[in-house]
Design a protein around this ligand. Structure first.
Ligand SMILES: NC(=O)c1ccc[n+]([C@@H]2O[C@H](COP(=O)([O-])OP(=O)(O)OC[C@H]3O[C@@H](n4cnc5c(N)ncnc54)[C@H](O)[C@@H]3O)[C@@H](O)[C@H]2O)c1
Ligand SMILES: [Fe+2]
Length: 316
């Protein structure tokens, strides 16, 4: 699969699955094929359609066994209750949220990720880092989930550049797969926030890869959120290796700089301009991001439409 899944593409896969009538469904690949497999397993023997499910808890159930094997270290979809699809009509990415699509088994084998090219390694790794960061600063952060989030941040920040530069190194890939899994474990109970909400219009309208959208926005949302939860960003900076010998605010800001430089060193563009997103699109993207209320309400600081515009402009 070469693109993140659309509703139309999903329908084609579902039609094929309805002919096969599988006893079990296995999702093998990055987040895109895993998300498709998760919903196919639930819908192939039922009457609901994907548009019926875009939202929270709208899926009636699932009776077919479902296993997932991730081949990227990124989404953590193998353990989450989410599946994300591109709604072409609204040019926005939308989620199915249901405990019925949590796979029955997840086989996380880092060996499967050794062939991921550097660009995809970078983008998917930054997605995993974003899951951990957004869960840790979340309005609904939880002490048990914090442990996964911080350990994910430690593993990813220490190994991502190496995974990009020396993708065949199994020890590095193992650390990244574990970091991605930990990020996924944060998503069900706590989930993400404004980075993901603002990333969806970039993916929906301009087809920027999910991880790249997140990577570009993450430091700018962090700067916006910092006054709301300074201690949390200080902890993140320390988990990323910043020496704790300055004021908490200085440490937090050094952490944000470290996120930016990690992303740049991995070859991810610094801003939206480099991604060929026209500046005129910013007001419309801000309006569109406001619709992602399921994530915005989790962000530690309220985001208004003018805040969203300002964040996009700072990330331009
Ligand atoms: N369900 C969830 O909880 C969740 C969480 C975050 C993101 N997502 C969604 O997941 C999708 C992104 O998934 P992704 O970032 O894993 O990327 P992806 O699945 O779109 O894959 C990206 C590219 O990497 C290639 N690839 C994958 N594994 C490879 C391997 N081992 N070797 C070589 N090439 C390989 C694919 O063919 C594809 O071209 C987005 O739609 C995003 O919104 C879902
Ligand atoms: Fe994500």
């Amino acid at each position: 699969m070469n693109t993140e899944p659309s509703v139309a593409l999903f329908d084609r896969v579902l039609d094929a699955a309805r002919e096969v009538r599988p006893d079990a469904v296995v999702g093998f690949g990055g987040g895109s094929p895993m998300d498709v497999a998760k919903v196919v397993a639930a819908l192939h023997n039922g009457t609901q359609t994907l548009p019926d499910l875009l939202g929270i808890d709208l899926l009636e159930g699932r009776t077919t066994y479902l296993a997932c094997l991730p081949t990227t270290a990124g989404t953590g979809s193998e353990v989450t209750p989410y599946a994300i699809f591109h709604d072409e009509a609204e040019q926005l990415k939308k989620g199915v949220v249901s405990s019925h699509i949590i796979p029955d088994a997840a086989y996380v084998d880092p060996d499967l990720t050794r062939t991921v090219p550097p660009g995809v390694t970078a983008a998917t790794g930054m997605d995993a880092l974003t899951h951990c960061v957004e869960a840790y600063v979340n309005r609904y952060a939880h002490p048990m989930v914090d442990m996964y989030a911080l350990q994910g941040i430690r593993l990813i920040s220490a190994n991502l550049l190496k995974a990009v530069q020396a993708g065949d190194d199994l020890e590095t890939r193992t650390a990244m797969s574990l970091g991605s899994l930990y990020g996924g474990m944060c998503l069900g109970p706590v989930n993400t926030g404004a980075v993901h909400a603002l990333a969806y219009p970039l993916g929906g309208e301009f087809h920027v890869a999910h991880g790249v959208s997140n990577a570009v926005l993450l430091p700018h949302v962090a700067t916006f959120n910092l006054p709301a939860t300074p201690q949390r960003y200080t902890d993140i900076a320390v988990a990323m290796g910043v020496e704790p010998n300055a004021t908490p605010n200085e440490i937090a800001e050094l952490g944000i700089e470290r996120i930016k430089s990690l992303s740049r060193q991995c070859g991810i563009p610094a801003g939206m301009e480099e991604l060929d997103v026209p500046a005129e699109a910013i007001p419309r993207m801000a309006e569109s991001a406001m619709k992602v209320t399921r994530l915005l309400r989790l962000n530690p600081r309220e985001v208004t439409v003018s805040d969203a515009e300002a964040i996009y402009r700072s990330a331009y």
